[in-house]
Design a protein around this ligand. Sequence first.
Ligand SMILES: *[C@@H]1O[C@H](CO)[C@@H](O)[C@H](O)[C@H]1NC(C)=O
Ligand SMILES: *[C@@H]1O[C@H](CO)[C@@H](O)[C@H](O)[C@H]1NC(C)=O
Length: 304
Amino acid sequence: MKLNVTLIQRVSVGFILTWLIYQIYTTITRTDGQVDLTPWLAPIVWEGTFNPKLIDSIYKQQNITVAMTVFALGKYTVFLQDFLESAEQHFFVGFRVHYYVFTDHPEKVPDVKLGGERKLILMTVNSSSRWQEMSLGRMKRLEMLIESGLVNDADYLFSLDVDTKFYGRWGAETLGDLIGVIHAWYYSSPCVLFPYERRPESQAFIPYSEGDYYYGGAVLGGSVKCVYQLAKSCREQLDIDAAKSIEAAWQEESHLNKYFLYNKPSKLLSPEYSWDDQKTKPREIKIIRFSQVLKNYAEVRPNT
Ligand SMILES: *[C@@H]1O[C@H](CO)[C@@H](O)[C@H](O)[C@H]1NC(C)=O
Ligand SMILES: *[C@@H]1O[C@H](CO)[C@@H](O)[C@H](O)[C@H]1NC(C)=O
């Protein structure tokens, strides 16, 4: 009897030790400690979490069209050449892609050679004198574009910042109903340090007790229907703030963060999809796919 208990104890200790070693091993070998699921079980897309060929082939069979809007207002047209050329190399290569380029200087839109089944639609808009207004106007323009029916032929819609460049693959792994990107500067920060709008007077207000991720304003996407709901809701909140002469801390990005807090994205893109050229690549980031380019604000902004 005594011998049996000892045996059970030895087996238990052996089991616990094996389990511990296994836990330590998986923690170390896991995508360098990166979490790849949100607390609401939405995937977070990191290099190594998907098979690029497989996921592209699944969406190819569905014969999808991907629309993308980009806003090149004022002096921001200088970024279009690199943006479009690098998109042709990396963004949904082999898919049907429609670029909607919003600009107040159509004559400055470069003539970039596009692949088969890819086209650029010029959307001419009026000039705005303040860069903050250019940002504030994006949601409204997105809402109007979708209402116009112009993107009805698209299955998915992305809206990306123009002062950026693609450095790596951006494909079907990024598709989903509602897509947000984790901000490159805050992916390892605790919530209380996020630069959410903290003044209760603003519609973008998020108290210190809430929040899960800080999303970058440079990237949003999803199905056309979900992007429409997002754009409409953010535009309405921006209008309420404007009527009270309140401008949220990070304008549209603050309202986007508020929206995503209560309308959780179905998929999150890791900061690989929205890096910043000013930020050196740490070891845990395996690849930079899309990044804000260095710029001289004084040169590109009409006012500061
Ligand atoms: C794929 O979609 C395009 C555009 O919507 C359409 O013209 C084409 O016929 C479709 N191809 C197939 C095989 O369904
Ligand atoms: C551009 O501005 C002019 C004059 O302010 C106005 O008449 C016109 O409707 C505007 N166009 C657009 C597309 O907003």
